[in-house]
Design a protein around this ligand. Sequence first.
Ligand code: UGA
Length: 420
Amino acid sequence: MAVIALKCPSIEVAVVDISVSRIAAWNGDQLPIYEPGLDEVVKQCRGNNLFFSTDIEKHVFEADIIFVSVNTPTKTRGLGAGKAADLTYWESAARMIADVSKSNKIVEKSTVPVKTAEAIEKILTHNSRGIKYQILSNPEFLAEGTAIQDLFNPDRVLIGGRETPEGQKAIQALKDVYAQWVPEDRIISTNLWSAELSKLAANAFLAQRISSVNAMSALCEATGADVSQVSHAVGKDTRIGPKFLQASVGFGGSCFQKDILNLVYICECNGLPEVANYWKQVIKINDYQKNRFVNRLVSSMFNTVSGKKIAILGFAFKKDTGDTRETPAIDVCKGLLVHLQPMSPSAVKKVSVVWDAYEATKDAHGICILTEWDEFKTLDYQRIFDNMQKPAFVFDGRNVVNVDKLREIGFIVYSIGKPL
Ligand code: UGA
């Protein structure tokens, strides 16, 4: 929304939320999330054509286009628990829009399961009191850490809508917004269901590439091949391409697992168990990769971490974000704690958090690198080595360190998919 405000000075953008403290933070000096470049964009537009408010009803009443961006987490209870998306927040947003609207509106929606638009349409039209709504699907493809660049220069903008004249008119209205900075040939319009499914498919394909390369990393470790060399060689094929082939401790973040589970659920509901199982495998390999990392660590350290200090470098699910939702670091730490002191609540007391990598690694027996922050590439590893217990282990879950250099210092280094 901040980027739309920046690129479209004639449009007034109001961001509303029920959380008073969150809106206060968006209006304050310290924004509530860390995202490179976002501060500048917000500070440039805020108070001009970008506003943050808790007065939801007023702004919904005034708006021509409403972007509903409430969260749709995986259901934890009831029908579809563990897979389907929980639409509670979506439904109450739709009901509120129906309650307060007095003029025709276009309602846009973020990542939601295929055919949600239909449910939303029902809620809106059955409560409409003569007001006309058009539902569009305009899924977002930005990645955290590079969000601003992704928005300034998107590969594509996708807008799905009804194939009726009113639906096409609504698509055009949203197209006109994006066309202020996105070349027209990158703005794709489809029907509603294609747009919804394309979002899930794109995330599933991306996650599948990571699980594919991570599966190869296990084979590389077993055979003496080097996964970086394999990725490089494979990615040179222009049909495959070089991006998203970085082996890791596993993918994380709030989207990949949730969207694949959702896709799996939709396949199952539509009587397609083979297709569901195919996509499930992407998540299974991801879980396997995280477990494999923990097991490798424990077995290397003479089959026990009990009484040892392990320094975890990085907890976010990727670099350049403060987001730790579904980060692989959670599973790795939980796995280590189980080995440390099986099933004991006091294990949690064994965790402490510090700001500085040198402090974290002091007197440690091993280091786990779980986020690829640039700073971990340039640490003084000699200094770290000198302050650690010996033998000093490094388990690089992101393949960021210079293995030869570290081995020269004296570390025992384990990298993903590389020979020992
Ligand atoms: C992902 C998609 O990339 C976006 O296109 C999409 O809009 C977004 O989900 C969403 O649905 O909201 P995001 O989760 O922010 O974006 O970040 P990614 O860059 O995709 O990284 C996801 C995870 O995969 C991270 O844990 C990252 O470290 C891991 N990863 C990524 C790898 O392990 N290897 C790679 O080669 C690339």
